[in-house]
Design a protein around this ligand. Sequence first.
Ligand SMILES: Cc1cc2nc3c(=O)[nH]c(=O)nc-3n(C[C@H](O)[C@H](O)[C@H](O)COP(=O)(O)O)c2cc1C
Length: 209
Amino acid sequence: MFLSMANKLALVIYDTKYGSTEQVAHWVAEGIGDADIRHVEDVTSLFYDLIVIGSPVYNDAPSSHIMAFLDRYKENLANKRLAVFTVSLPYNMTPERAKSYTGVHGLTELTGKIKGTVIDTKAFLGKVEEKELTALDRLSLRIQYFLKGYELKDANFMDRGAAITWGRKLFELATKAPEPVTKERKDRKIGGSTEVPGHKGNGQKEEKK
Ligand SMILES: Cc1cc2nc3c(=O)[nH]c(=O)nc-3n(C[C@H](O)[C@H](O)[C@H](O)COP(=O)(O)O)c2cc1C
């Protein structure tokens, strides 16, 4: 395995069937400003401070390739800081709903596979273009939509601004102490904890549940 010439801060790993998760991965990387991007089947190194995992959602589940990747590299990722995003398009999405969309579609399945520290998660909206779909996917989506009382039609809720903004946030989280450093917590090792950042520290060790 070769060391890259200049090591980047972050690696953005994605899977995609119709390109939208790849597109969001590029925007997130743009926001981070210092990131490599790799398809999940193309990952050659995990030697990064931050690993961002991006998965599309199909049939109410995250990408099986991403799930398999998280299984296979569970131990390699155990001491890492990670961020996870999904790209999905709920059948009942409207421009109004999109504005306040905070869906967690597929995210809990993904974060449940991760032993490392998940510094942030985000559910992005994707797109559906009927003419792009394989015949099987088109049929399967038509049936899903029909059963829910909707008709399948083209929709595009991709949001470049939201993805770049989240990338910037990840850069901040990954390059600064993940929580306000109080006098009592100054000795805390960044990245050395499996504690979820954002937990309000009081200087005492969190009790195991
Ligand atoms: C066969 C199929 C099943 C899908 N199932 C879901 C679903 O269960 N929930 C959802 O929110 N979006 C679903 N979607 C929408 C996709 O998540 C959305 O199109 C996404 O942008 C696809 O990502 P990709 O372009 O990276 O492949 C489905 C799309 C397809 C083609």
